[in-house]
Ligand binder design. Structure first.
Ligand code: GUN
Ligand code: FE
Length: 456
C-alpha cells in the first residue's frame, strides 16, 4: 500500500456502470470498481478496493449508476436568452430563415457589448454542466472579444469544449449583424485560435472554425477558412450547418449554381474534411451521404430543433448504417432545452415518425433508434464526432468523464415508480425517457467533480 501512495492519490468508484461500446453494443455491469488516477481510468475490475489514506472513494447507493458524460456536438451559447422562443409574437411558427433574422441575429448582435457576454456565458456553461454535458461544441457570436469571454468561462468551469467565433460576411438579413469583410473575419478567427491554444492553454479546450453556413459566407471567406483548418498542428476542427430547411437549401443552391448539392458547396471549398461537424442534415440525399462518408465528416443530429423549427427529420439510422459518425446537438435556441436527455427522447420520437411516414409511402424503412443507439449517440458517438479518442466510455486509459445517475425516489419525478428497477437496461431506459437533470447527482470531467460535492 505504501508504494501506491507514492505514485498517486486514487479516486475509487464502486457501483453499477452502463456504457457504450459501439452503435450496436453496450455494457451493463451490475457492480465494478473504477480506479482513477489524475483523471484517467487506470483500471476497471470486479473486485473491490479499500482506499488508502489520501484516496477518495465513492460507493453508489441503491438505485444509482455511473455512465459516461453527455456530449453536446452543437449548441449556440449566445442564444440561451432566447430559449423557448421560436413562435414569437407573429402567431405562427417561424421557420429557419425568418427566425434567424427576426429572433436570433438581433439577440446575437447584443454581444458587441462584452458585458452581455460576461452576464450570459458563465450561466450557460454552468447550466450545461448541471444537465450532464461534459463535452460541448459551442458557437459564439461573430465578436472576437465576447467569444474570448466564452473561452475563459469554459476554462474556469472545467468543462471539455470546442469554442468557435461565428464567421459571417454576407447576407446580413439583420443589418448590423455582419463582419466587415472576409479578411477581417479570417484574421479574427486566427486570433481566437491563438488565444485558445496559447494563452492559458487547457488541454480540455480547443478552437473550432465556425462558418455559420454557406448562405452567410462569401466565396473568399469559405476559401480562406477551408485553407486555415489545415495550417495548424494539430489541425483545427470545423463546424457548420447543412441541409437543415427546404428554403435554406433552395437559396444555397441558387447562390452556388455550379454545385450539384449543398454538400458539394462545402466540398468545393475544402470544408468537407475529417474533423468537420455538420449540424442537422435533414434533407441529405444518398449521394451526399456517400460524399460526407468518403470525406470522414461527421453529423450533429439536433432533433429538438429540427422538429421545433419544422425543418425536417434526419435519417440517422441510415447514417449509422453507412458508418458516418453521428452525435447529438441541443442547437439552443432552435432547440428549446440545454439537455441531451431531451435530445435522446426527441431522437427516438423523430426516428419513429420517420419510420411511420416511410411506411405510409410504401418505402421499407430502417428501424427506429434503439436504446443502445441512443446511448451511443449521446456519449461515444458524440465523442467520435469531436475526434476525442479518450472520451465516451469507461475503457482503461480514457479520461473519467462521468455522471452519477440516481433513479431513487428522492431524486425527482416520477419518484414512486423508480424503486424496483433491478434490470440496468430498464433503469437506463427509464432515465432516458422520464428522467431529468435532478437525477444527475454528480458530474465529473477528467476526474474533477463539476457538479455535486467537490471533494469527489
Ligand atoms: N443556420 C444558420 N445559423 C443557424 C442557427 O443559429 N441555428 C440553426 N438552427 N440553424 C442555423
Ligand atoms: Fe445551430
Amino acid at each position: 500500500t505504501t508504494s501506491r501512495l507514492t505514485i498517486s492519490l486514487l479516486k475509487i468508484y464502486r457501483g453499477p456502470i452502463i456504457h457504450s461500446m459501439s452503435h450496436s453494443a453496450a455494457e451493463f455491469c451490475k457492480i465494478v470498481t473504477i480506479i482513477v488516477s489524475h483523471g484517467i481510468i487506470e483500471e476497471i475490475r470486479d473486485s473491490d478496493l479499500e482506499p488508502c489514506p489520501g484516496d477518495t472513494k465513492i460507493v453508489a447507493k441503491e438505485g444509482e449508476f455511473l455512465m459516461p458524460g453527455f456530449v453536446d456536438t452543437h449548441t449556440h451559447a449566445c442564444q440561451f436568452s432566447n430559449l423557448g422562443i421560436v413562435i414569437h409574437d407573429s402567431g405562427e411558427g417561424h421557420e429557419l430563415l425568418d427566425w434567424l433574422s427576426k429572433v436570433t441575429f438581433p439577440t446575437e448582435e447584443k454581444f458587441s457589448d462584452i458585458n452581455v457576454a460576461k452576464k450570459v456565458y458563465a450561466a450557460v456553461v454552468k447550466n450545461l454542466l448541471a444537465f450532464g454535458t461534459t463535452t460541448c461544441c459551442y458557437y459564439g457570436t461573430l465578436h472576437l472579444d465576447a467569444t474570448k469571454i466564452l473561452v475563459d468561462e469554459v476554462k474556469k468551469s472545467g468543462q471539455r469544449a470546442f469554442v468557435g467565433k461565428c464567421n459571417m460576411d454576407k447576407n446580413a438579413t439583420y443589418p448590423a449583424y455582419v463582419e466587415k469583410d472576409a479578411a477581417t473575419s479570417i484574421d479574427e478567427t486566427k486570433k481566437l485560435i491563438e488565444y485558445i491554444r496559447s494563452v492559458n492553454p487547457d488541454t480540455k479546450v480547443d478552437a473550432i472554425i465556425t462558418p455559420r453556413f454557406a448562405l452567410s459566407c462569401s466565396t473568399d471567406l469559405l476559401t480562406g477558412l477551408g485553407k486555415l483548418a489545415g495550417k495548424y498542428s494539430p489541425p483545427v476542427r470545423i463546424q457548420t450547418h447543412i441541409s437543415e430547411n427546404k428554403a435554406e437549401i433552395r437559396q444555397t443552391l441558387a447562390q452556388f449554381p455550379e454545385c450539384q448539392s449543398y454538400s458539394a458547396v462545402y466540398d468545393k471549398f475544402g470544408l468537407l474534411r475529417e474533423g468537420t461537424i455538420l449540424a442537422h442534415g435533414c434533407w441529405l440525399d444518398d449521394e451526399e451521404l456517400k460524399l460526407i462518408q468518403s470525406r470522414k465528416s461527421c453529423i450533429s443530429h439536433c432533433p429538438t430543433s429540427n422538429l421545433n423549427l419544422r425543418s425536417g427529420i434526419a435519417r440517422v439510422s441510415e447514417m449509422l448504417h453507412r458508418n458516418i459518425e453521428v452525435g447529438l446537438g441541443t442547437d439552443v435556441s432552435g432547440g428549446f432545452a440545454p439537455s441531451i436527455l431531451t435530445e435522446i427522447r426527441h431522437a427516438n420520437m423523430a426516428s419513429k415518425a420517420l419510420e411511420l411516414s416511410l411506411l405510409q409511402s410504401s418505402v421499407v424503412p430502417r428501424p427506429s433508434l434503439s436504446i443502445k443507439q441512443l446511448l451511443y449517440l449521446a456519449t461515444l458517438g458524440g465523442a467520435k464526432v469531436c475526434g476525442l479518442g479518450k472520451v465516451g466510455n469507461f475503457k482503461k486509459g480514457n479520461y473519467f468523464d462521468a455522471l452519477l445517475v440516481s433513479v431513487r425516489a428522492d431524486a425527482g419525478n416520477p419518484a414512486v415508480w423508480w424503486e424496483d428497477l433491478e434490470d440496468l437496461e430498464k433503469r437506463l431506459e427509464r432515465f432516458f425517457f422520464c428522467g431529468n437533470e435532478r437525477n444527475i447527482k454528480k458530474v465529473w470531467v477528467q476526474g474533477n467533480c463539476v457538479k455535486g460535492e467537490a471533494n469527489y
